[in-house]
Design a protein around this ligand. Structure first.
Ligand code: AMP
Length: 187
C-alpha cells in the first residue's frame, strides 16, 4: 500500500505512521526525520535547512522532491510505504504524483488525522524538540493552515481522502486507521 498521512504538527502522524508501518510491514518515511538527519550531518545544505526548520517554515519544495524521489527509489519502498509529513504543499502533491508516475505506481489513499488546534498546541508543548518552542509552534501551525490544509480539498477531489478523528487515545486512533484501510481495500 502506498499511503500518505496528512495532519497538522502534533496530530500524531509520526506515532501512527510507526504503528501502521509495523502492522503493514512497509516503511514509514518521515521527511522531518530525514531533514533532521541532514542537519545533523552538518553539511552546508544542512545548515541552510536548519535555519528554515528552526523558524517553523517549510523547506524548499525542490529539496523535498529530491529527498523523496531518492528515498522512494530504495528497495524497501517497492512494496509500499507510508509518507509522514510529505506532501505539505500543493506543489509537493503534484511533485509526488509525478514521482509516482515515474515509478509506474499509484497512491492508494490519504489518511487525514483531525485534531483541534488547542489540543495540537498542548501536545507539541509536551515534546522537547528544538523547533517546538511556543512562537515556533504558532508559526508552524500558521504555515500548516496556509500551505498544507489546502491538500485536504486536493485529495478529497481525487477521491483519496480518509478523515480520521485523531483526538483520542493512540490505540483508538490506530484502530480507526486500520478500519479505514480495511474499508478502502474492500471498496
Ligand atoms: P516534522 O517532523 O514533519 O514536523 O517536520 C519538521 C520540520 O521539517 C517542518 O517544520 C519543516 O520545516 C520541515 N519539513 C518536514 N517535511 C517537510 C516538507 N514535506 N516540506 C517542507 N518542509 C518540511
Amino acid at each position: 500500500m502506498r499511503l500518505i498521512l496528512l495532519g497538522a504538527p502534533g496530530s500524531g502522524k509520526g506515532t501512527q505512521a510507526a504503528l501502521l508501518a509495523e502492522e503493514l510491514a512497509i516503511p514509514a518515511i518521515s521527511t522531518g526525520e530525514m531533514l533532521r538527519q541532514a542537519v545533523a550531518a552538518g553539511t552546508p545544505l544542512g545548515e541552510r535547512i536548519e535555519k528554515v526548520m528552526s523558524s517553523g517554515d517549510l523547506v524548499d519544495d525542490a529539496i523535498l522532491g529530491e529527498v523523496v524521489k531518492t528515498r522512494l527509489a530504495r528497495e524497501d519502498a517497492k512494496g509500499g510505504f507510508i509518507l509522514d509529513g510529505y506532501p505539505r504543499t500543493l506543489a509537493q502533491a503534484d511533485q509526488l504524483a509525478e514521482i509516482l508516475v515515474g515509478m509506474e505506481a499509484e497512491q492508494d489513499g490519504v489518511l487525514y488525522l483531525q485534531v483541534p488546534e488547542p489540543e495540537l498546541v498542548k501536545r507539541i508543548l509536551g515534546r522537547q524538540r528544538a523547533d517546538d518552542k511556543e512562537d515556533v509552534i504558532r508559526q508552524r501551525l500558521l504555515v500548516y493552515r496556509r500551505q498544507t490544509q489546502p491538500l485536504v480539498d486536493y485529495y478529497e477531489q481525487r477521491g483519496l481522502l480518509m478523515p480520521i478523528d485523531g483526538d483520542r487515545p493512540v490505540d483508538e486512533v490506530a484502530a480507526a486507521l486500520l478500519e479505514a484501510l480495511g474499508r478502502m481495500v474492500e471498496a
